[in-house]
Design a protein around this ligand. Structure first.
Ligand SMILES: Cc1ncc(COP(=O)(O)O)c(C=O)c1O
Length: 478
């Protein structure tokens, strides 16, 4: 413990008139070390195991029990409903790292990594794709090849693909790009309450500029009702912007049906395709999609590279002005290496899509079956049928989702929580809230599977989950 913590302990002991004993110090020392390592305070159970002090003893030794232990060594705690609960502790004898968070991001797969290495080693030159020199021509051809690889996945023309620096940028480029063409008359946009922040925040910004936005509700199964789109269309609707696949619950929207409605109304249809690209079939020409965003890091390519499909009949206002790259839509010298990697990753993911979806579905069913045996009270958020094969969003009864996430993290299992800290937190995900899930009683965890995951990974999770849930439930009941 550093001097600052020691001073804090002495001060707290004085203020609360609690004479310090060796037992106090052992408990405080362990709590401090534990927090330094895990960034969360230990449970009573952990303290007992490591210092021998029972809950009753700790409550006798410290004026406010565990809360005092935390405050005395500077472990931040919040009060009320937003309290971050401590995590469970399990001893694992077969530690492995299991990544179940592919909706957040993916690693770079080997084939793509090799391409990146050869690019950065100079095998593809360093030229500027806008230059007329030989190195420039090589870089230009590299870009065009990647453009074709992406357009092949959507069955569109390669000159309808524009590269950007992120999926968020592609969403901004599409939505603002259309809206800025209507600055004179402003107008109406239809979207939903469960879009990604890169869409929602863009729409809120446009509202400040005087645009009107209808945010559609979702059905109980997590999907948009086509009729709600139809009913919300008005004379001045200039865009419908809806996601193909929801990032939290994996729900797949009825894109073709919505596309048909938009086509009939002659309103451009923008699809945030970032969680759906190479996971479900997305064919803009057949499905009435005018604009569609994709992002590299969801499909085993690097972060910071993405693309927007823009139908040839759609015209967009450009957001980044300069040298006129990407046909004037997005100035800035292209990130050739990453784009090249993105093209290859898309080609591979698209060609494997059917087989991989089948494999993931089997894996997901296997997981769900095991999970329901361990905890029959779990709920599945969103439709199980209309969802991508790689996603399962689960509500655990009477479990703090933040604690569950950290407990799993401690044994090498990585997932996402549907609330920032605890079940019932004000921070509970807006997507889960929109579904009407009782976040006071369910801790929400998203499992998203990917290429490297196997049955052994699931078995590892199922092996340790019962003990974790048992400890967390005991802690919550106290
Ligand atoms: C549905 C959806 N849209 C947009 C984005 C933003 O993409 P990026 O991280 O490339 O900016 C994400 C990323 O999580 C997403 O899941």
């Amino acid at each position: 413990m550093n001097n600052l913590v020691k001073t804090l302990i002495n001060r707290m002991s004085r203020v609360t008139q609690t004479p310090l004993t060796q037992k106090h110090m052992d408990i405080l020392e362990f709590a401090h070390t534990y927090y330094e390592k895990n960034r969360v305070g230990p449970l009573y159970l952990n303290l007992k195991k490591n210092t021998g002090a029972s809950r009753d003893e700790i409550e006798d030794l410290f004026p406010h029990g565990l809360t005092s232990v935390y405050t005395w060594v500077g472990i931040p705690i919040q009060t009320g409903r937003e309290i971050c609960k401590p995590m469970a502790m399990v001893d694992v004898d077969d530690y492995r790292e299991v990544y179940f968070d592919h909706n957040a991001t993916s690693y770079i797969r080997d084939e793509v990594k090799e391409t990146l290495i050869s690019y950065y080693q100079g095998s593809f030159g360093f030229g500027n794709p806008s230059s007329s020199t030989n190195p420039g021509k090589i870089a230009y051809d590299t870009l065009q090849n990647a453009r074709s690889q992406i357009s092949d996945c959507l069955k569109v023309k390669s000159n309808e693909i524009f590269f950007t620096g992120s999926g968020s940028e592609a969403n901004n480029m599409a939505i603002k790009g259309i809206a800025f063409q209507h600055l004179e008359n402003r107008g109406h946009i239809i979207s939903s309450k469960v879009e990604h922040p890169s869409v929602l925040k863009t729409l809120q910004y446009l509202e400040k500029l005087g645009f009107r936005v209808t945010y559609l509700d979702i059905e109980k199964n997590g999907l948009i009702d086509v009729n709600s789109v139809k009913e919300s269309l008005s004379e001045d609707t200039l865009l419908v912007s809806l996601m193909a696949v929801n990032n939290e619950i994996g729900a797949i929207n009825p894109i073709s049906e919505i596309g048909e409605v938009c086509k009939k109304a002659n309103v451009p249809f923008m699809v945030d395709g970032i969680q759906g690209f190479c996971k479900i079939k997305l064919k803009p020409t057949e499905m009435g999609i005018s604009l569609l965003s994709m992002s590299g890091h969801k499909i085993y390519a690097p972060k910071g590279v993405a693309a927007l499909y823009v139908n040839k009949d759609i015209s967009l206002e450009s957001l980044i002005h300069g040298g006129g790259q990407e046909s004037g839509l997005r100035s800035g010298t292209e990130n050739v290496g990453s784009i090249m990697a993105f093209g290859l990753a898309a080609k591979l993911a698209y060609s494997e899509m059917e087989k991989e979806n089948k494999r993931l579905l089997e894996l997901r069913d296997y997981f769900l079956e095991g999970l329901q045996k361990i905890e029959p009270g779990v709920i599945i958020n969103g439709s199980l049928e209309q969802r991508t094969a790689n996603n399962l969003n689960i509500g655990f009864p009477n479990i703090d989702s933040g604690s569950l996430l950290l407990s799993l993290n401690q044994i090498g299992i990585y997932v996402s929580a549907g609330s920032a800290c605890s079940a019932g937190s004000k921070e509970a995900s807006y997507v889960i809230k929109a579904l009407g899930v009782d976040t006071d009683h369910y801790g929400i965890i998203r499992f998203s599977f990917g290429l490297p995951n196997t049955k052994e990974d699931i078995n590892y999770l199922l092996k340790y989950l019962p003990s974790i849930l048992e400890q967390l439930k005991a802690e919550k009941a106290d």
